[in-house]
Design a protein around this ligand. Structure first.
Ligand code: AHR
Length: 307
């Protein structure tokens, strides 16, 4: 089991705990909310936060983690940009005796003892929820039902797992046909750009858009309107996150379904840091609870959105 370094000090230490946090970037409203939540929760908990934004680069995450090791922080938390490639750097952290929390996205690692816990959503389940909504919504519709997919960052766990959960749920239903699937990096700008290409290629064959996050869906809505179709009516739109901006589109019927992914993980992370400091063992997986919202529920919920 991990304990807090350095070993000469009493635990919990008589000074503020120090957390090094490697954030993967600032690509979306979800990410901004996640960063704010972490900063606010650290302040509230009296934890000193060393925060580094890697701007979508795994290499920069490695640099940040190495700097945290050099500074001998008490705990390192990482929101990993991609799924694989973490074995070596986490081994370095383990050798330095610093416990690592993985948050938000998951990692693919050969030795699970290299991190203490993973705090975040069940990303595969989000894709399943999106698929189930689609099956329900299109139950009585005429075949073929052409789908396009806007994927998130290539190699990232939300993109891999949401995509897989969605595919696994609709496979075996012959009326559904995946027309196109492209990455749009989880950004609104790219979402618009890639949706334009889809529309040029497939036109009115597109009956459904599954966007791996709200920002890309918002960009796609602009592309669909500019093309002269009605988002939410001519093209059913399913998206993931649950930002306030997406909810506003849900109220207008321009998005049909939003699968929630909770970015407000700061309090859970700070609690984990404190528990580690108190010598407690954490569950290997801490999953945030999340809902699915449809047009019918949007009006009631839009005012409650915190991000
Ligand atoms: O990892 C979570 C995903 O990353 C969110 O769905 C997306 O908006 C963000 O960029």
């Amino acid at each position: 089991l991990h304990t807090l370094a350095p070993s000469s000090e009493a635990y919990p230490p008589a000074r503020p705990l120090v957390l090094g946090f490697s954030q993967l970037g600032s690509e979306s409203d979800w990410r901004e909310a996640n960063t704010t939540s972490i900063k606010e929760a650290a302040e509230e908990a009296g934890i000193e936060l060393l925060f580094e934004n890697a701007e979508q680069s795994q290499e920069k995450q490695f640099e940040a983690i190495r700097s945290f090791i050099d500074k001998r922080v008490d705990v390192i938390a990482i929101a990993p940009v991609v799924h694989s490639g973490w074995d070596e750097i986490l081994t370095e952290a383990k050798q330095a005796g610093i416990p690592v929390i993985i948050t938000d996205r998951s990692i693919d690692i050969s030795d699970p003892s290299l991190y203490v816990t993973h705090i975040g959503a069940d990303l595969y389940e989000e894709g399943v929820k999106a698929g189930k909504y689609l099956l329900d919504k299109m139950r009585d519709q005429e075949a073929p039902i052409g789908i396009v997919e806007l994927r998130g960052t290539e190699g990232s766990s939300p993109s891999i797992q949401r995509g897989k959960g969605f595919q696994d749920t609709i496979k075996g239903y012959d009326e559904y046909r995946m027309l196109d699937s492209e990455t749009a990096d989880f950004t609104m700008e790219k979402g618009k750009q890639v949706m334009k290409t889809f529309l040029r290629k497939h036109g009115s064959e597109i009956r459904v858009l599954f966007a791996h996050n709200d920002d890309m869906a918002l960009g796609a809505i602009e592309a669909i309107e500019e093309y002269g179709l009605r988002p939410g009516k001519d093209i059913v739109i399913i998206s993931v996150d649950g930002t306030r901006k997406a909810f506003e589109k849900l109220v207008l019927g321009k998005i049909n379904c939003v699968v929630e992914c909770n970015p407000l993980l700061g309090p859970n992370i700070m609690q984990a840091v404190q528990e580690l400091a108190a010598g407690r063992t954490l569950p290997k997986r801490i999953v945030s609870s999340e809902s699915v919202f449809t047009e019918q529920m949007a009006e009631k919920e839009v005012g409650n959105r915190k991000y």
